[in-house]
Design a protein around this ligand. Structure first.
Ligand code: G4P
Length: 534
């Protein structure tokens, strides 16, 4: 049967109730606080303050290193499942630091929606804009939460205008703030005609919610001072005249974002936002794949790896592949085909990630994120199915923007270093290139902080002090084209050639001029800055 609003087949209830999303924000806007309140209402934690991992985005470097040592914490925060009413929420953490944008991009391939948190006093900030653009590449539905309304904030119309203009997306207010800063008393719920009053005395209390019969209801005057009530009526009149109404289809297509106003720290507006996620979702969506997309209504299980985390437990050297299930009902012990190698894997120890823990996943449905411990067979971009040769698409690998050579402090440990580097490359934490001429490795990353994190991890996890040094190259491009042309090109440019950890040819250079020359001299060879992870 087709769902009227989306024109897509109705999903089995267990799948239709799943909401898989990420939170995107500029550092300090309140992502960690909001996550914590989500978990609180989801019953996943008992009191605020239990999410030990602070917003990754605002950690200092030393915080980050420390956190890297406490791997368990950062990992349990990578994906979190909890129930909210009849819904199952899967919240996938996006690394907030701009140095980790590639990881963020891939994480966003695993979700069906994003919650964009902005600070009411600051509006759209640089990182919000960047992350939004990543969402836009995939037309991901966005729900917006304007936080910190308990403090002095910008004019509401101005905030909405800024979102519309900077992000080129329509905005529909789902709630409307009453009063500003110290006079902020709560919101009018425009979707459900309710008055939500904030309790400043108890930060963890869910707001008092009063049903209202439209804006002329005399009950409003009992709760709102006359001047604020007059302004509310005027504002809402304007909103209803000028702004688009809520439209589930436009939200799904990524052209309209509903905005809720609130204060995460005061638990205010959070429940309304969660209701919004539950009601407007969306439910698990089709995932692009070749030769055909993976559809959530299919009964056969299919899923793909969007993240690999190595050495979660330094003693066991295990790796966990984070798999987004795209279809079907997965059961523990199932045998799935690893499409890249065509081998069948028995998935006997899958894990589900809860707020502070992980537990064995006896079952999971399309939309869920499961962790599969493995010894390196599973890589980012891999697809698992019940046999069909489907391959997920749209999980790119970006050319690194910074290159450095790396050497082991002890030259006798070069083999160990190679092993460590390959592991991090497979995890997606860095690109590792082996030059055709000479020894050693060149490591490429997107942001400089990653070199330090890598050095620290290699030392901690492999007991191997390393040195990163400037490389003679600054850019890397993958080489594509007919085999003959590529072979000729590789032969004639050995000093610039390397292979990546998949064995693919990479051209290294420090000059844009060189790249232009290749384009001119080798018309059949293509140099690309991204590679599909397949
Ligand atoms: P992030 O993960 O997006 O980086 O932000 P985080 O939640 O850590 O919040 C950043 C700061 O903003 C924190 O203050 C937090 O307490 C505060 N905050 C979050 N929500 C609200 C809100 O609704 N109203 C107000 N007034 N503040 C809010 P901090 O002083 O930097 O840290 P902490 O000492 O409070 O932990």
């Amino acid at each position: 049967m087709l769902d009227q609003s989306t024109n897509r087949p109705e999903l089995p209830p267990e799948i239709a109730r799943r909401r898989t999303f990420a939170i995107i924000s500029h550092p300090d806007a309140g992502k960690t606080t909001l996550t914590e309140k989500f978990l609180l209402y989801g019953g996943a934690i008992q009191m605020a303050g239990q999410v030990r991992a602070k917003g990754e985005s605002r950690r200092t470097r030393s915080d980050y290193m420390k956190m890297e040592l406490e791997r368990g914490i950062s990992v349990s925060a990578s994906a979190m499942s909890f129930d909210f009413g009849n819904y199952r929420f899967n919240l996938v953490d996006t690394p907030g630091h701009s140095d980790f944008s590639e990881d963020t991009y891939r994480t966003l391939t695993a979700v069906d929606a994003a919650v964009m948190v902005i600070d009411g006093a600051k509006g759209i900030e640089s990182q919000t804009q960047k992350l939004f653009e990543v969402c836009r590449l995939r037309d991901l539905p966005i729900l917006t939460f304007c936080n910190k309304m308990d403090r002095e904030s910008r004019d509401t119309f101005e905030i909405i205008d800024e979102i519309q203009e900077n992000l080129a997306i329509d905005v529909t207010p789902a709630s409307w703030p009453i009063g500003v800063g110290r006079d902020f008393i709560g919101c009018y719920d425009l979707l459900r005609d309710r008055l939500e009053l904030m309790d400043r005395a108890d930060r963890n209390k869910v707001a008092e919610s009063i049903s209202i019969n439209g804006l002329d209801d005399p009950k409003l005057a009992e709760h709102i001072p006359a001047d604020l009530l007059e302004k509310l009526r005027e504002d809402v009149e304007m909103v209803r005249e000028l702004m688009p109404p809520m439209d589930a289809k436009a939200l799904l297509e990524g052209t309209l974002t509903p905005i809720w106003f609130g204060s995460a720290i005061n638990s205010f507006g959070v429940k309304e936002l969660m209701d919004g996620i539950a009601n407007y979702g969306p439910e698990p969506q089709p995932q692009p794949a070749t030769p055909r997309p993976m559809m959530p209504e299919e009964t056969k299980v299919a899923g793909f790896v969007f993240k690999v985390q190595a050495n979660m437990d330094a003693k066991h050297r295990d790796r966990v592949a984070f798999v987004r299930l795209a279809s079907g009902h997965f059961k523990r012990g199932m045998k799935l085909t690893h499409v890249r190698s065509k081998k069948v894997m028995s998935i006997s120890n899958p894990v589900l990630f809860l707020a502070a823990d992980r537990e064995l996943a006896e079952e999971a449905w399309a939309g869920d994120i499961i962790g599969i411990p493995n010894h390196g067979q599973l890589r980012i971009g891999d697809t698992l199915t019940e046999g069909e040769a489907l391959r997920v698409t749209g999980i790119p690998s970006f050319a690194p923007e910074l290159l450095q050579t790396v050497r082991a402090g002890d030259p006798m440990k070069a083999k160990h270093l190679e092993k460590a580097l390959m592991q991090f490359a497979e995890e997606g934490a860095a690109k590792v290139f082996k030059p055709m001429i000479g020894s050693g490795f060149i490591v490429g990353v997107v942001g400089a902080l990653q070199f330090e994190v890598l050095a620290s991890r290699i030392e901690q996890e492999y007991n191997l002090p390393v040195r990163f040094e400037a490389s003679q190259f600054t850019s890397a491009r993958w080489v594509a084209g007919p085999k003959e042309a590529v072979d000729k090109f590789v032969n004639e440019n050995k000093g610039h050639m390397a292979t990546d950890n998949d064995g693919d040819s990479v051209y290294l250079t420090r000059l844009q001029w060189d790249i232009d020359r290749v384009v001119r001299d080798y018309p059949d060879v293509k140099l690309t800055a991204t590679k599909e992870m397949m």
